[in-house]
Every structure is written in structure tokens, then in C-alpha cells.
Design a protein around this ligand. Structure first.
Ligand code: GLU
Length: 480
């Protein structure tokens, strides 16, 4: 049974890089009918917060990345929050001490510092070993620790040999022997170190595949040594390349929004974000770009995950979001757009229902022009605010034929019996025909007069949605 995990540290919002890691784990698990575990790595007590954890969970749910086991729903291998597993880490650390593969260190921080200074002086890279640290493990020192209530840290005896990783994405990675000295696995505070906790958890949670960012590749050396020390089976590793900004440096805030939460606020749909993130490193066997989650699950494989870094192209994401928005029914679009409309203040929450018919028509009219839902306010503004006719609109009316056409248009709009789309179309067409006005400047001026903009939804829809009063009002002040 395939078991994978996403193991975020709750120290801030979920970023696109983390979301992509979560997505690849999710897709792999679902493709293999496996289990997707969510584990919260909150051993950095100073930086981890419950709010961050809650926001991570909320964002993952919003993206549709539902986990099968996790801190909120539990599961057979819990607890799923590292801060609730401290006893397990202690027990596991001392299991290694008993086997002679780890040891308690009674060295003081200043003594370590002095050792380090000496090694640097001798132009050696600072590295600790049992031989050097054990010299401080004297009965007197143990007594001193006991008296002062101090606990020793636990060091792992790092074997000085070569390790080879057969990574599912990176291929064969060789870690030369002797590059890493002994390292702390369990602190005197009772808190484990990341490389140790992650191995204990992945092993005890029976994780079969570790899919994560390649910023953890160097950590894998220590992790391989720990698996070996426990004689526990190795999971498969798949290290996914980083996401870069357009300038080729690692994606960061400098490149703009990176938190998934920001994209939600801007009006990105979870479907399009998921689709876009999947393509950052993975590609569909038929190179499909627009691809629903079910199809991604069906087609996903680690073999199609590239070992090259992916570039985050916000323009492409925007395009994709527009594609997904255009696929929505007007009802679905309205439902998603309502919070953004309310935010503009154009319609009060309690008036949404009574205006539903108008709003649905407005959604149909603006749907093609939306890339992010937060553009909805701007697209609707000509209907709710009174745009001032542009100088261009006024100037074009110095043309006699145009001015005559607008006069006639006013009269006919004023007198049509019902404000129906078909009637409006007939009136406009008849005016063009009867006055022989050049249609292009006529439509352009009409749009400028009604919306003070060059572009927007189809004119008949603008006219219809505005309603007769507003249309006559805006045409009237052109003073033709
Ligand atoms: N907590 C680690 C992180 O957020 C996860 C490391 C891992 O997946 O092994 O980067």
C-alpha cells in the first residue's frame, strides 16, 4: 500500500512551492490508490503557530487536497503533530544510544565552540566525532549535569562512508563519505532535530514514498544513515526541483504573490491553481494543458516529473484562470463572484438574491473579460457608478451624422415599449440604417458615452443591463 505524506512546518502561509509538493503527493497517492498523510512539523516552537497550522489546513482544503490521515482527523499512525510525539522521539533516540549508534554528550556549548574554533584555525571543516565529544563524559560532568538539572543532548554517530541514493526524480545521487560528522538528533530540551524526527515519523507512519522539494536533498544523507542505523526499510525518495521566478532565482516574495492565500483573495479558482501547479514540473502524457483533477490523478506518474527547475509564469496562471472562469456556468460564476461584488459595496449582501436575475445576466456579459474574480468590481463599475463621458466621445459628436444618429437613438430608446434585448438590437440596427452613420465610430462613441471606456461587454448587454433610465440619462447629457 502506497503511503505518502505532506509535512509542512506551520510557520506561515502555504506557498505555491509547498502547495505543489502537497499536490504531487496527493496525485501520486490517488493514482496508486494509496494514502495521503498530513503531518505537521512543529518542532520549531518559536516559529510554529496554531494559526499557521489552521491556515495551512484551510488552504489545502480549499485547493481540494484532502488528506486521509492528519492532525484534525487522526488515523492509525498518529499523532500527526510532531509536538505530540516527543516521547516517541526520546524513546527512539535512546534506542540508538543503547545500540551504541548514538551517545549522550556532556560537552558544554563553550567547549564545543572552542573545538570549532580550533578546527577552523587548522583549516579543517568543523566536524564533531564521538572521540572528541566523549572526553567530556566524565563522572564529574555527569554529576554536574544532574545537580543543575541539565539534560545531555544526543548525538548520532555518523558512519564515515559513502551513501548512494537512487532518487526517483534525480536519479543516482552519491554522498561521499566523510563530509558530515556526528550530529545532534535530540536536544537537551527534549525536542528532536528535523532530520531525526522526519526519519522516525516516516518510518513509524510507514511512508513508502517521500516526495518533497530538492532543498531537502542534502538532508537525505543524514536520513539515509539513520534508516540504516535502525535497520528500517528505506522509503523511495523523489526530490522535486525548485520553482524559480522569471529571473531564474528561487521563487520568493520579490517575484510577487507566492502564498496560495493571496491567489485566493485575488480571485483565482482552486481548479486553475491546481492545474497550473501540476504543470510546474509535471506534464501530461498528451501534453494537455487544461486538465481536470481526475484526469491528473489518472495520468500522474513520477516518471513524468522533470528534474529541471520550473519557472513560475504568473501570466500563464492568469490565462489559465480566465480559461476556467469561462467554463463556469453563470450561476457558478455568480456564486464565486458574490464576495468580490459585495466587497465593492455596489450591492449589499441582503440584496444579492433580489437582484439575482440582473446579476446572472451581468455575469454572462462580463464572463469573457474576467481573468481574476477581483476584476469583477471594475467590470461592473459602469453599471453602478456614473462614468463621465470622455472628451473623445464628445468630440466625435461634432460629426453631423453621428450626432443625428445619437439624437435618433435617444428618441427611439425613449419610446420602445419594452426594454428587451431584441428590441434594443432592432433599434440600434435601424438607427444605423436610417442615418447611414458609419457603424464603427457610432458603436465606439456609444460605448464611451455609456461606460467612458474603450472596451467591455457587448454593447447590447451594456444597454440592457443599464436599463432605460440610465441609458437615456447618459445619452441625454451628450447634448447632441
Ligand atoms: N517540514 C519540512 C518542510 O516544511 C518537510 C520536510 C520533508 O518533507 O521531509 O520543509
Amino acid at each position: 500500500m502506497v503511503r505518502v505524506r505532506f509535512a509542512p512546518s506551520p510557520t506561515g502561509f502555504l506557498h505555491v512551492g509547498g502547495a505543489r509538493t502537497a499536490l504531487f503527493n496527493y496525485l501520486f497517492a490517488k493514482n496508486q490508490n494509496g494514502v495521503f498523510v498530513l503531518r505537521i512539523e512543529d518542532t520549531d516552537l518559536e516559529r510554529s503557530t496554531l494559526e499557521s497550522e489552521q491556515s495551512l489546513l484551510r488552504t489545502m482544503k480549499w485547493l481540494g487536497l484532502h488528506w486521509d490521515e492528519g492532525p484534525d482527523i487522526g488515523g492509525p499512525k498518529g499523532p500527526y503533530r510532531q509536538s505530540e510525539r516527543l516521547d516517541i522521539y526520546r524513546r527512539m533516540a535512546y534506542a540508538l544510544v543503547e545500540k551504541g549508534k548514538a551517545y549522550e554528550a556532556y560537552v558544554l556549548p563553550e567547549e564545543l565552540e572552542a573545538m570549532r574554533g580550533k578546527m577552523l584555525e587548522n583549516k579543517e571543516s568543523p566536524r564533531y566525532s564521538h572521540e572528541t565529544i566523549a572526553q567530556y563524559d566524565t563522572p564529574e560532568r555527569r554529576q554536574e549535569f544532574a545537580q543543575k538539572g541539565w539534560s545531555p543532548v544526543v548525538y548520532f554517530k555518523m558512519p564515515q562512508k559513502e551513501y548512494v541514493l537512487n532518487d526517483r526524480i534525480k536519479g543516482r545521487v552519491v554522498f561521499k563519505g566523510g563530509t558530515t560528522g556526528d550530529f545532534v538528533i535530540f536536544r537537551s530540551t527534549g525536542i528532536p532535530v528535523y532530520n531525526f524526527a522526519v526519519v522516525v515519523d516516516d518510518a513509524l507512519m510507514e511512508i513508502t514514498h517521500v516526495i518533497r522539494g530538492d532543498d531537502h536533498l542534502t538532508n537525505t544523507l543524514r536520513q539515509l544513515a539513520l534508516y540504516e542505523a535502525y535497520q528500517m526499510p528505506l522509503p523511495e525518495f523523489a526530490h522535486v526541483s525548485m520553482i524559480l521566478g522569471p529571473d531564474g532565482s528561487r521563487l520568493s516574495k520579490r517575484h510577487g504573490a507566492t502564498a496560495v492565500e493571496n491567489f485566493r483573495e485575488m480571485g483565482y479558482l482552486p481548479e486553475s491553481l491546481i492545474n497550473y501547479l501540476a504543470l510546474l514540473g509535471w506534464s501530461h502524457p498528451q501534453e494537455n494543458e487544461i486538465c481536470a483533477l481526475n484526469e491528473m490523478i489518472r495520468a500522474f506518474s513520477l516518471e513524468r516529473v522533470s528534474s529541471n527547475p520550473a519557472i513560475f509564469d504568473s501570466g500563464k496562471l492568469l490565462w489559465m484562470n480566465g480559461m476556467y472562469i469561462r467554463q463556469l456556468t453563470p450561476e457558478a460564476l455568480l456564486e464565486k463572484a458574490v464576495p468580490f461584488i459585495i466587497e465593492t459595496g455596489y450591492i449589499a449582501p441582503e440584496n444579492v438574491d433580489v437582484n439575482k436575475k440582473w446579476l446572472l445576466e451581468a455575469m454572462k456579459a462580463i464572463q469573457n473579460g474576467i481573468h481574476q474574480l477581483d476584476e469583477v468590481g471594475e467590470l461592473l463599475s459602469p453599471f453602478f457608478t456614473d462614468p463621465i463621458p470622455t472628451a473623445e466621445a464628445l468630440r466625435s459628436l461634432e460629426d453631423d451624422r453621428l450626432s443625428a444618429a445619437f439624437k435618433l437613438l435617444y428618441e427611439r430608446f425613449d419610446s420602445i415599449p419594452s426594454w428587451e434585448i431584441n428590441e434594443i438590437i432592432s433599434v440600434i440596427k435601424a438607427v444605423v440604417k436610417d442615418t447611414k452613420v458609419n457603424p464603427k465610430p457610432f458603436y465606439h462613441t456609444l460605448r464611451l458615452a455609456l461606460t467612458a471606456r474603450d472596451t467591455g461587454p457587448e454593447l447590447v448587454h451594456v444597454v440592457h443591463l443599464l436599463g432605460r433610465n440610465k441609458v437615456l440619462n447618459r445619452l441625454g447629457r451628450l447634448e447632441v
